[in-house]
Design a protein around this ligand. Structure first.
Ligand code: SAM
Ligand code: SF4
Length: 453
């Protein structure tokens, strides 16, 4: 999963109308992975249901919810900075609840209460019922809480056509650098029918593009009595009429079975896009990361996916500067990425996380050297993207238009490539075939070729 930070704002038309507006405003600030985006979307949906409306201005808010991330120290520092910056507003508006959720909170509430006494409520990720302590109106939602879909809430100018749907929480792996299992617990898959119902409800409200989420999304079902797996779920969700695009992230290479890849290849809504983090291109580093696979297994999974789907885009994650990573081992990562020819590489500098196994080892790669490796990797990837994307010139790609940026329509292809184009019509939320007229490492420009649908 990629780590980002964003503010949740709503298109006015997205507000469900269960209770009339009560004049109160909410502000949600989110940092971290797509799972946090989904959790924030659910909090927003709950507050909307009981009459709150969104605001982008913290100073106008009657409640502020911060959704935190601790995957890297930099994310944790940003959350702490945000909380400190809000202390003044809280002094001016003592009755305004300030709420903290996300991975920073789990098992840390006592410490956090001492460090941030101005926070009114801490609640564990996805434990939405706790919000009732500061929003008593939510008591009326008790029975319906589980039924509220995880709306993905884009900016004001965006169409609400995309949604994230968590399908499995937690993670059973123990990668030596990763704090997630300590904060999100063991794998818990949601019942298959509950997920199908949620997607149906989203599609009924106009969503056309759904991404199923999990820290190890392709472990889905391993813990369920009914012995279903992700492929079974994909077959069921694909049947939903009106759903144009289906994706899932993040997959673990070890569980990337032929069965799941075959389902991707066979099902029309499944996008030709695979997110499969490798983390390092050297087997000794992978062993110390406790990733439980070799680079050959990862490359083999990519090869099989390409064999079944042909024109497939691939995204991966890499950590540079893991403890003890030699120059030679880093070179192996560059080599493996050259061989793999991915379309997107999220690179992170290693950050020791308290409580994890690798935090006991010396963080021996200096910051400048981590930076150098990150830059070298990004530079190589820029060249790979330039070459790969140039091959798209003259091709027609289907774009799902999700916003207008600087006067240009913007959307994503089925392969998750960013595409901009000009058109006088209102195309928000539409599927448009676009002929690619200019390529770059990061985006395409093009011209629409037919009627939007
Ligand atoms: N479950 C996914 C997997 O198996 O790859 C990744 C989930 S993790 C929350 C998201 C990304 O954060 C990882 O792919 C990794 O690159 C990065 N990450 C996790 N722990 C990190 C750490 N200690 N330092 C730097 N990056 C880290
Ligand atoms: Fe973290 Fe590894 Fe689990 Fe991914 S698979 S969430 S990196 S422990």
């Amino acid at each position: 999963m990629s780590i980002s930070d964003s503010q949740i704002t709503l298109h006015p038309a997205t507000a469900p109308k269960r209770m009339p507006a009560n004049g109160k405003r909410f502000h949600i600030w989110t940092i971290g992975c797509q799972m946090n985006e989904a959790d924030s979307a659910k909090v927003a949906a709950m507050l909307l249901e009981v009459g709150y409306r969104p605001t982008e201005e913290e100073t106008e808010a009657d409640i502020i919810v911060l959704n935190s991330c601790v995957v890297r120290q930099a994310a944790e520092d940003k959350v702490a900075g945000k909380l400190n910056a809000l202390a003044r507003l809280k002094r001016e508006k003592p009755d305004m609840p300030l709420v903290l959720t996300g991975c920073m909170v789990t098992k840390q509430q006592e410490k956090l209460r001492e460090r941030f006494p101005h926070v009114d409520l801490f609640f564990d990720p996805s434990d939405f019922g706790k919000l009732e302590a500061v929003v008593p109106e939510l008591a009326e939602l008790d029975d319906d809480l589980e039924q509220l879909p995880h709306y993905y809430l884009p900016n004001d100018t965006d169409a609400r056509v995309s949604a994230y749907v968590p399908i499995i929480y937690g993670c059973n792996f123990l990668c030596s650098y990763c704090i997630v299992p300590y904060r999100r617990g063991k794998e818990r898959s949601r019942p298959l029918l509950e997920i199908v119902e949620e997607v149906k409800r989203l599609v009924a409200t106009g969503v056309r593009d759904v991404t199923l989420l999990g820290q190890t999304v392709n472990a889905y079902g391993h813990d369920l009595d009914e012995k279903k797996d992700l492929a079974d779920l994909l077959y069921e969700v694909d049947k939903i009429s009106g759903l144009d695009r289906l994706r899932f992230l993040t997959s673990h290479p070890k569980y990337m079975s032929n069965r799941i890849i075959d389902a991707m290849a066979d099902l029309p809504s499944l996008c030709e896009h695979l997110n499969l983090p490798v983390q390092a291109g050297d087997n000794e580093v992978l062993r110390r990361m406790r990733r439980t696979y070799t680079t050959d297994l990862w490359l083999d999974r990519l090869a099989y996916a390409r064999e079944r789907m042909g024109d497939l885009t691939i995204a991966t994650d890499i950590i540079v500067g893991f403890p003890g990573e030699t120059e030679e081992q880093f070179e192996h990562t560059l080599d493996v990425l050259r061989e793999a020819q991915c379309d997107k590489v999220h690179v992170a500098m290693y950050s020791p996380r308290p409580g994890t196994l690798s935090a006991r080892w010396e963080d021996d790669i200096p910051h400048e050297e981590k930076h150098r490796r990150l830059n070298a990797l990004e530079k190589q990837q820029e060249q790979i993207n330039t070459d790969r994307n140039a091959r798209r010139l003259g091709q027609t790609l289907e774009v799902l238009v999700d916003s207008k940026q600087k006067g240009r329509w913007t959307g994503r292809s089925r392969g998750n490539q960013l595409i901009h184009f000009d058109d006088d019509r209102d195309l928000l939320g539409k599927l448009v075939d676009v002929n690619i007229t200019k390529t770059s490492p990061w985006f395409f420009l093009g011209e629409p070729t037919n009627e939007p649908r």
